[in-house]
Design a protein around this ligand. Structure first.
Ligand code: PEP
Ligand code: MG
Length: 855
């Protein structure tokens, strides 16, 4: 083995074929990650076998037929040393050709090895080399060796004969010839179309280069203690300290990892013998080296090693493959140990990977029997028996049985069933449809727009594309993280909100410069929002409160009331319930801002759609059934639900907003009694004209004055407008004069900008994305060019009219890292997203701020 001194100057001075020394000109961008890592190991003075690195340019030249000086490369190694060649791309995830070991095996070398290792062992090595050369270098069909059995001298002779028969030439017998063949084949493989497409799919640029490293083989086969293996210091699954790996005597490469290999454990283990017990010196050195690599390479590595006659060699170090959970712990622990700064730890975790920590997930290694798929609308996974109605879901829950709610689409009527279920799947819908929004809000796994399963809801069964019938009561698993429905109950991995996660979140908060609030409708949501350290509620959709037990009937009575006075009388009964809701929200949020959106949906959503429900309603209201059905039909609205809803109800049926405003102000007085004064925020939905705001504002101001007088209390409140129609964005300057904040509702704004029903988009969205009509589902990822322009215009016009106006976004995009980047650049004060997206948003915002600071 070469030590890293002055030897090999001819190669060392050539930046394209460079002996890896402490000072050689090697960089990841010119020679690839593996070559750079090996140089780092050399700098740490670890026992790395001699290595020559070939640059991207050199490999590119080889692919075009210009070989480097092979003799000059070979002079860097002892004459009889066997060599291996391994790929070194810029990013290991981009792949590369398979490593080829034992280059230099030939008749003469075989003779020597027969004398030292015995004929059998030498034959195995040579046979394997011929086979791998034939398959990877000459690209011969692996089947050509199928008829050869055994591994001894006879097998070797047979393999060599098969090679000669197939190629009509003898097997190359010199090390130089073999090395040239290997380099050529690897260079060409990298430039091939399928390899290029494969790596581009993993994010590699079109012109991504390949480096190669030629390394002297450390021989894991031979006399004395010989073998090879891998070691890591932490668990890939949890990231917690746990020295693991395998070691296999008389082996090379990664043989120790084969499932049927008689490998040793690395540390003492009661399941069998271990390296720690059997070769303690090497074990100790190995752990010391691995710890040094961790500290100096600033990363958790997997160490590839060989023991050659009792001497430890470090062949390579690769960044440890890891789960999302381990990603967080490893980054945090490196920062806690002072190895990397906190900012770097924050930058190392991709925000969306937090989703996997916040929810239970299907275990990555579990077997999946996929029944169908749709849009991954709310992450996490859950298993249960399928039920086809909200009532059945509630009945299941009361029996203590986990269930999955299956619906064509959900409506507010299904909310209680959704709360009772463990997951929801719907045939229709997109990323902002009802089931999706509620699912994300309450952390319920949800898949919508499942177009490849037939929902036969009358028959209470699902019919899959491959003809399987899944009946009510059968157990399925919903994987809301990747949008699949699985048969049965695969193994799960639990959520992991551990100390590492908490530290990461605290560090994120110290960095970020945009506030993060949560969309929360119920006390339970608000509590989740607080647990995830949201800085207030950015959107409380009050209509959900009217679906609670005991309220729906009152609501229906109000809808059927003939006169304004009758409506007021019924709303009087809802008032104390709403007041109690708000008192509870204010209490949970402990002085943090709470933005309450006034009633938004069309009224028909509160009315029964089925005959039984309508009959019950007729009984309750003491009206003829025909009157009830006629009224319901007259009120019916259809997707995209752009009729009598939002502020249009506020203007035409003002009693509802008046009741809500009173409930908010009375709750404000109540909640401010024993604590800091509460300053509620009231938001008007679906505004498109300034006059709408003027009308509603006048009424709300009057109610505020009345409550203040009645209660003898002083309070203030902020009135804001939800900008979710294109016109409101364009006229934001007028509108801003009448309110103190503008919150962009990007769900409706996207729907209206595209003229695309948010509840029906799922039917063709995947086709549209596949054919690149849309880069991404615009309901999922903010359309910066179109909807973004409206946001920009609206915010600029709003701010010009009222410089102190508060700007925010509260559509589902609020939790999306790219949308947060947009809002931050546009100078928004906060983003508001589903409670379970809050950690993702906190981390994404921190990364943006760090990126900004470090330029
Ligand atoms: C919106 O339209 O962006 C919004 C937040 O409101 P909703 O989803 O309730 O329509
Ligand atoms: Mg809306």
């Amino acid at each position: 083995m070469l030590r890293h001194g002055k030897v090999g100057a001819a190669v060392q001075n050539n930046p394209n074929t460079t002996l890896v020394t402490q000072t050689a000109p090697i960089a990841t961008v010119t020679h690839g990650g593996r070559a750079k890592c090996l140089q780092r190991l050399v700098r740490l003075d670890l026992p790395v076998p001699a290595t020559v690195a070939l640059s991207f340019d050199a490999v590119h030249a080889i692919a075009s037929g210009h070989l480097p000086d092979i003799d000059a490369i070979m002079r860097q190694f002892p004459q009889d040393a066997l060599l291996c060649v391994r790929p070194s791309s810029e990013d290991p995830d981009w792949g590369g050709p398979s490593a080829i070991l034992n280059i230099g095996m030939n008749d003469a070398r075989y003779e020597v090895l027969c004398a030292t290792l015995g004929t059998d062992a030498a034959s195995v090595l040579f046979t394997r080399f011929v086979q791998s050369y034939a398959i990877h270098v000459d690209r011969l069909d692996p089947d050509m060796f199928d008829h050869i059995t055994g591994e001894g001298a006879q097998a070797l002779a047979d393999v060599l004969r098969a090679y000669e028969d197939e190629t009509e030439t003898p097997f190359p017998n010199t090390r130089a010839e073999q090395l040239a063949g290997v380099l050529k084949s690897m260079a060409r493989a990298w430039e091939g179309t399928s390899a290029r497409l494969l790596r581009q799919a993993k994010g590699a640029p079109v012109d991504a280069g390949l480096g190669l490293v030629v390394q002297q083989m450390a021989f894991g086969v031979g006399e004395g203690e010989c073998g090879s293996g891998v070691l890591q210091l932490v668990s890939s699954k949890t990231g917690k300290p746990q020295i693991t790996g395998r070691y296999l005597r008389q082996s090379q490469g990664r043989d120790a990892l084969h499932a049927d290999a008689a490998s040793l454990y690395i540390t003492r283990d009661n399941r069998g013998p271990s390296l720690q017990d059997e070769v303690p010196d090497c074990f100790d050195q190995l752990v010391t080296h691995a710890q040094l690599m961790r500290t100096r390479l600033r990363e958790e590595m997997q160490v590839e090693f060989t023991i050659e006659n009792g001497q430890l060699r470090i062949l390579d170090g690769v960044r440890l493959a890891r789960s999302s959970r381990a990603t967080v712990r490893i980054a945090v622990q490196l920062a806690r140990d002072g190895i990397i700064p906190r900012q770097e730890a924050l930058m190392r975790v991709e925000p969306n990977t937090l989703n996997e920590l916040l929810h239970r997930q299907v275990d990555r290694h579990a077997k999946r029997d996929i029944l169908g798929s749709g849009i991954a609308a709310s992450p996490g996974a859950a298993t249960g028996r399928i039920v086809f109605s909200a009532t059945d879901a509630q009945a299941s829950a009361s029996r203590g049985e986990d269930c999955i709610l299956v619906r064509r689409e959900t409506s507010p009527e299904d909310i209680r069933g959704m709360h009772a279920a463990k997951a929801v799947i719907t045939e229709r819908g997109g990323i902002t449809s009802h089931a999706a929004v509620i699912g994300r809000g309450i952390g319920l796994p949800c898949v919508v727009g499942v177009s490849n399963i037939r929902f036969q809801t009358r028959k209470q069964q699902l019919l899959t594309e491959d003809g399987r019938v899944i009946k009510a009561g059968e157990v399925v698993t919903v994987d809301g993280t990747n949008g699949t429905i699985l048969l049965g109950a695969p193994a799960m991995q639990e959520a992991a909100l551990d100390d590492a996660f908490q530290d990461l979140m605290d560090w994120a908060d110290a960095e970020r410069d945009i506030d993060i609030r949560a969309n929360a409708d119920t006390p339970a949501d608000a509590q989740t929002a607080r647990n995830f350290a949201a800085q207030g509620i950015g959107l409380c959709r009050t209509e959900h409160m009217f679906f609670e037990a005991g309220r729906l009937t009152v609501m229906r009575e109000m809808i059927f009331a003939e006169t304004s006075d009758d409506r007021r009388a019924v709303l009087e009964r809802l008032l104390p319930m709403q007041r109690a809701d708000f008192i509870q929200l204010f209490a949970i949020m402990q002085g943090q801002p709470v933005c309450i959106r006034l009633f938004d949906p069309p009224l028909h959503e509160f009315l029964p759609t089925d005959r039984n429900g309508q009959r019950e309603l007729a009984d309750a209201l003491d009206l003829p059934l025909s009157d009830v059905t006629r009224r319901i039909e007259a009120m019916m609205e259809y997707n995209p639900m752009l009729g009598l809803r939002g502020v249009r109800l506020g203007v035409t049926v003002p009693e509802i907003y008046e009741m809500q405003a009173r409930a908010i102000f009375e709750a404000t007085v109540e909640a401010s009694r024993d604590g800091d004064p509460v300053v509620p925020e009231i938001m008007i939905p679906l505004v498109s004209a300034k006059r709408e705001v003027e009308l509603v504002r006048t009424r709300i101001d009057a109610i505020a004055a009345a409550v203040a007088t009645e209660k003898g209390a002083q309070f203030t409140y902020n009135l804001g407008v939800m900008v979710e129609t294109p016109r409101a964005a364009l006229r934001a300057g007028d509108i801003a004069q009448h309110c103190s904040f503008l919150s962009f509702g990007t769900n409706d704004l996207t729907q209206m900008t595209y003229g695309l029903s948010r509840d029906d988009a799922g039917r063709f969205m995947s086709d549209y994305v596949r054919q690149e009509v849309f880069a991404e589902d615009p309901f999922h990822s903010l359309d910066i060019d179109g909807v973004g322009e409206l946001l920009k215009l609206g915010s600029e016009r709003g701010r010009a009219a009222r410089p102190d106006i508060t700007l925010s976004i509260c559509g589902e995009h609020g939790g999306n890292p790219e949308s947060i980047a947009f809002c931050r650049t546009a100078g928004f004060d906060y983003v508001s997203c589903s409670p379970f997206r809050v950690p993702v948003a906190r981390l994404a915002a921190a990364q943006l701020a760090i990126g900004h600071k470090i330029g």
